[in-house]
Every structure is written in C-alpha cells, then in structure tokens.
Design a protein around this ligand. Structure first.
Ligand code: MN3
Length: 379
C-alpha cells in the first residue's frame, strides 16, 4: 500500500483524502494545516503521522502541547511545509493548500523527486512554467485532483496527446449563472458562498461565483496537458455531471461523468491507475433526465476573460491575475469591497501591470506581491 503526505489536511480536499486513506489503508507520513490545531492533532493521532506542520507560527506551541507525549514531530511555517515536501519514503505528496503558499512546497517535492497529487491550482497558474519544466527534468508525475482536470486525465488514458483536437472544460456557472452585472451589484458574502453543486472552502467558492475559478482552471489545463489557449473550450454545464471531455482528431469526444463529488478525483490521483470502490454515491442518468450545455457569459464574468487574456500574454501575467484575485477575494470576505469589484480589480491589475519574465520562484513571488499591492492601493 502507498504512503502519502497531505498538505492542507484539515480543508475540504484534505479531509476527504483522509477518508480515502482510512477506507483503503493508505499510510500517512505527514500532515499540515493552516491554523486548525484541534483537527490536525486529532488526524495525526488517528493516522499515526510521523510529522505535522502548522503554517500559522503563532499556533506552534498549542500544537506542540496538544501532541506532547506522542512521537509526532511538530513543525511550523513555510520551512515546515518544505521539510514535509522532501521527506523520504513518500509515494505521493497531496498538495491541497489554498493559494500561492503551495508553490514552494510543490517545487521542493519536485526537486526531491516525489510525485504530486495537485489540488493547489494557484501553484500551476502562477508558477506553471517553473513547475512543469522542473517536473519533466526530474521525471516527477503530477496527478490532477481538480475534478475537471482529473476528468481530462481520465479521458486521455490509452490515447495519444498528439491526436487531440481540443478539450472541453465544463463549468457549473456558479450561483450567479444567467445574472447580469446590474443584478450582481448588491451580492452578499452569504449569497456568493452558496454553490449549487459543490461544497468547498471559502476561497474557491467565491472564485466559482466570479468564474475566476474557471479562468484559473483554463490556465491549469494549459500547463498540465501542454495545450494552446485555442485548444480549450469552456462550456457551461449546470448539472456538473460531465466533468470535462476531450475531442480527438477523428471527431470522437470522450467525456468523464459522475456525481459531483471530489472523492473520486482525489482517489484516482492517489491510487492511479487503480479503479476500486470509492463511495456509495452512484450516477443515475435517468434521475437527471436532461443535461444542459451553453456558452459562458464573458461580459458579466470579467475574471474569466482576464485569465484567458493573462495566459495569452504569458510571462508573469497569470501570477498577476492570480495574486490580484487572492487579495480581492480576501477583501470581499472581510466586507471591504463589493462582489463586482473583484472582477474590476483583477481586470485593472491585468491592464496596468507590465509583464515580467519568470525565471525562478522569486520572480513569481514578486509578480504576486506587485499584484496584491496594486489591489490594496486601489481601495
Ligand atoms: Mn474544478
């Protein structure tokens, strides 16, 4: 059986990954959380983890006290995450932290030659060029955890990459599908946090409401599958049953379907290429009856447009839109800006900040910082 480490183990993806570890007796080497000491300590005890890391340094002592009397080694901050990323005897590192924080641990694991199950999409958006180049050099596999990218990965099995016409990236459309900008002027945090199909963390749920999430996934897909922008079609599919599809040169379109549940893509990434029992939820197509598909609304959802433009420009621009968005979402969640301002700030960051070369991690961090400062200076 495999041994894994999980960065972000107390979040939505992390806890579901541990459900899978429990079900299939996957060994856990190390776990990390941002600040949830209670749950992290409980997980460390249950899974006999050798290492834990709390990213928020101020919680270090609390975690250390909680685990006193156990053999668990307690780490903290970015150094701790990177120490976990380079541990020996780990088959897969599941990176499910939220945001740019995930980039350095990902690069560290790749340097060490550890395969990665990647749920941290901001990593690939901001640092895709570095991550993919390094992964190829080191022969490291990156297994996508995002449901759409897992679907594409599944549809590619047994086929050749050079026989692809395009991929069809499906989008649920989020809670504000069909709305005009005018109707979104007074959206509350509660309304934006209510997703029709998926239950997820706060950052990604807001990103789904603005469709920034789909823009990030567009960029993520380009890096993961070595595609050009014109090879990706975004299709709104309200039911989230078709998780994405691949169109081949002979005209055949292969789609992956299932109930909207993250357990399957997480398990596929961790146990690839095995297909074994995952959960009791089964897809009943006749319960759905009809599935719908439509074009995205780029006018209302300007974040989506900004992401596609950013990756078309290339260089530091994906890191810029990602950084601007992370900052704007944080401001929205603290009631400092309105819902529509998220898209406005991301767009104006894209239009105002000049692209820079990305040669190393520091370049990515710099682009991210410039974008965040830009957003803060505008409010
Ligand atoms: Mn997704």
């Amino acid at each position: 059986m495999k041994t894994i480490s999980v960065l972000g183990s107390t979040g939505s993806i992390g806890t579901q990954a541990l459900d899978i570890a429990r079900l299939h007796k996957i060994r856990i080497k190390a776990l990390s959380a941002n600040s949830n000491v209670e749950l992290l300590a409980e997980q460390a005890r249950e899974f006999n983890a050798e290492y834990v890391c709390i990213y928020d340094k101020s919680k270090y002592k609390e975690l250390k006290d909680n685990l006193s009397g156990t053999d668990v080694k307690v780490l903290c901050s970015m150094e701790g995450l990177c120490e976990i990323a380079m541990l020996d005897g780990v088959d897969i590192l599941l990176n499910s932290v939220v945001g740019m924080v995930g980039l350095k641990p990902t690069l560290t694991a790749i340097d060490k030659g550890v395969d990665i199950a990647l749920a941290n999409k901001e990593t690939l958006v901001a640092g895709g060029k570095l991550v993919i180049k390094k992964a190829i050099e080191n022969g490291v596999k990156i297994f996508p955890v995002d449901s759409e990218h897992s679907a594409i990965f599944q549809c590619l099995q047994g086929n050749e990459m050079n026989e692809i016409n395009k991929i069809i990236l499906t989008a649920s459309g989020g809670p504000f599908f069909g709305k005009t900008k005018r109707e979104l002027e007074n959206v509350s945090i509660e309304q934006a946090l209510k997703h029709p199909n998926w239950s997820m963390g706060n950052k990604i749920t807001i990103d789904s409401a603005t469709l920034m999430n789909k823009g990030l996934e567009f960029i993520e897909a380009m890096w993961l599958f070595d595609l050009k922008p014109e090879q990706i079609e975004i299709v709104v599919h309200r039911e989230s049953v078709v998780h994405s599809a691949v169109e081949y040169k002979d005209g055949s379109v292969i789609a992956q379907m299932g109930v909207p549940d993250m357990k399957l893509p997480i398990q596929y990434a961790l146990l690839y290429p095995k297909r074994i029992y995952c959960n009791e939820k089964a897809l009943s197509l006749t319960d759905y009856g009809t599935l719908s598909f439509s074009k995205p609304d780029y006018e209302t959802f300007d974040c989506l447009r900004a992401c596609i433009k950013a990756i078309t420009i290339g260089n530091s621009m994906p890191a810029v839109v990602n950084g601007a968005n992370e900052q704007a979402v944080e401001l929205f969640l603290h009631e400092k800006i309105s819902f529509l301002q998220i898209g406005e700030l991301v767009t104006s960051a894209l239009e105002s900040i000049k692209p820079d070369d990305i040669k190393c991690l520091e370049d990515v961090i710099k682009a991210d910082k410039i974008a965040r400062e830009y957003v803060l200076s505008k409010i």
